[in-house]
Design a binder for this molecule. Structure first.
Ligand SMILES: *Cc1c(COP(=O)(O)O)cnc(C)c1O
Length: 337
């Protein structure tokens, strides 16, 4: 039975324009043929347009809209040293003329010369953000408190990954965009697969689909910690976004699925499956995944196809959430002689 459609209106929230939209939705014919399973598509949210793209751009449209509404002139956020969220925040702040502080704890147990200077960190510096690399999350908290106090009421703090109810509105919008796009293509999407870390992307999608005529199953692949913790976060954000939108999405909160099995030793730690997924997608589709998020999510998708978790007749969309700049600091893991 199809769910009754709930009306969802995101237009009433303050927003800044940062994102190229709609992002393309493209078939992946060579990867589909190679795996010999269901039809695979990719939603190109690496093409959101701002500073090499990625999923945080959609969230930042609403987060920074809110910041400006509150008369903030400084944005403060946190993330791993190679955080894509930090890089997109720095770029958006530069574009909007806001001051930006990035507090980056060394949470990834991956040491290389490139890790603290190349990729996203290089870009953070080009965008003229104040970069504060600290030893651990406790030190990060202290630094944030100090920076917020120093800004004397003019700072807007964005938590890790931009995953608040307001940030999730970006992916409520993305779900509505996918529903419209697939209707125009006459394509029924049965499953969406994506990397889940702080949960705002998956929560936004589930909330948005609850308010559309499309109801694909959404599979998050845990890339930060265990699936249970991620699932709790997604569930919390679904409830909070629904509250913010003043809508009832009980069905969405029941549909939260996050899968374990593709994280390896931990967040940001390379795995053999990730390396296979990154190379296959590059060789067969000319598409650049990343080592921390989309590479592991694609490893999950490939494994599910191989284990015949999908029907041959189904259509699967991989949400390409970005992360490309992180390929460079992981050079030594990706290319071995
Ligand atoms: C942040 C990020 C994600 C995860 O999104 P969440 O909303 O934190 O779950 C996935 N892919 C990339 C490339 C990211 O930077």
């Amino acid at each position: 039975m199809t769910q009754p459609t709930t009306h969802i209106d995101i237009e009433k929230f303050p927003r800044v324009e940062l994102c190229h939209r709609p992002t393309p939705l493209e078939p992946m014919p060579r990867l589909t043929k190679y795996l010999g399973g269901p039809r695979l598509f990719v939603k190109r949210d690496d093409c959101t347009g701002l500073a090499i793209g990625g999923n945080k751009t959609r969230k930042l449209e609403f987060l920074l809209g809110d910041a400006i509404e509150q008369n903030a002139d400084t944005v403060i956020t946190v993330g791993g040293v190679q955080s894509n969220h930090a890089r997109q925040t720095a770029a958006a702040a530069a574009k909007l003329g806001l001051k930006c502080h990035l507090v980056l704890p060394r949470v990834v147990d991956w040491q290389s010369d490139d890790y603290e200077s190349s990729g996203n960190v290089l870009l953070d510096r080009l965008f003229d953000a104040h970069v504060h690399v600290v030893d651990d999350t406790e030190k990060a908290r202290e630094k944030v408190t100090e920076l917020v106090a120093a800004a004397d009421g003019s700072a807007y703090f964005i938590p890790s990954g931009g995953s608040t109810a307001i940030g999730s509105l970006g992916y409520v919008g993305a779900a509505l965009e996918i529903a419209k796009q697939t209707e125009a293509m006459d394509l029924q999407v049965d499953h969406i697969v994506l990397a889940t870390s702080t949960g705002g992307t998956q929560a936004g999608l589930l909330t948005g689909f609850a308010g559309s005529d499309a109801h694909p199953a959404v599979h998050g692949i845990a890339v930060y910690g265990d699936a249970e913790t991620a699932m709790d976060e997604v569930q919390r954000l679904v409830v909070e976004s629904a509250d913010l939108l003043n809508t009832n999405v009980e069905s969405a909160s029941d549909r939260v699925v996050v899968l374990d099995g593709y994280l390896g030793k931990g967040y940001g730690w390379p795995t053999a499956d990730m390396i296979e997924a990154v190379s296959l997608t590059a060789r067969l589709e000319g598409l650049l995944l990343d080592p921390v998020y989309t590479g592991k999510a694609m490893a999950g998708l490939i494994d599910m196809v191989r284990k015949e978790k999908f029907k041959e007749s189904e259509n699967i969309v991989f949400l390409m959430t970005g992360g490309t700049p992180a390929l460079f600091p992981y050079r030594e893991a990706l290319i071995r002689d």
